[in-house]
Design a protein around this ligand. Structure first.
Ligand code: PNS
Length: 163
């Protein structure tokens, strides 16, 4: 039986922590879809097409990984794309409470199971928000995000005192 999993998120932008989970999911599952939430009420730093481009660039070495955007409920995206599992990274116990709520709701409303992957300790402190804040003030972000993302963040904040 072939198993497809989705790695959903905002990915604004993708970090090395996200990439670690996607790479390990690509080993664990036959097909992995990285799905970017397109939320019309929340614009973010990077527009969704640019987030997709950055994810595609950084996952190009993974043959069984696809990248897509979705609106609305994740379970509807799963149904439409023949996906039976949601794969989420857990950085710390603090992530768990909300992730468990979402997993239980997705199981209830869509009959879709969630599997949690423990984030590598190398990246357990990392979040897109933190990286953006450091980049905004000209701090060193190398090694926390893929090079192409670091470059894009530097361009985005170039010439601004505080973004
Ligand atoms: O990277 P994030 O912001 O933590 O990702 C959260 C995401 C996109 C996975 C979550 O908000 C989501 O699945 N949103 C889609 C709407 C939905 O299905 N809501 C019900 C979840 S129980």
């Amino acid at each position: 039986m072939s198993v497809s999993a989705v790695c959903p998120g905002s990915f604004d932008p993708i970090t090395n922590g996200h990439l670690d989970v996607v790479e390990r999911a690509s080993v664990a599952f036959d097909r992995v879809v990285v799905a970017v939430l397109d939320n019309p009420n929340k614009s973010g730093l990077f527009p969704v097409p640019e987030r997709l481009e950055l994810i595609r660039a950084t996952t190009a070495h993974l043959d069984n990984v696809e990248v897509a955007a979705f609106e609305g409920l994740l379970v509807d995206f799963c149904r439409a794309n023949d996906i039976s599992l949601i794969c989420k990274g857990l950085r710390a116990v603090s992530d768990f409470e909300y992730e468990l709520q979402m997993a239980q709701m997705n199981q209830r409303i869509g009959d879709v199971e969630t599997v949690f992957m423990s984030t590598s300790p190398d990246w357990s402190y990392l979040s897109s928000s933190l990286v953006k804040e450091v980049a905004k003030w000209g701090g060193r972000i190398d090694g926390t995000v893929p090079d192409v993302v670091a470059e894009r963040l530097r361009q985005r904040f170039a010439g601004s005192d505080a973004g």
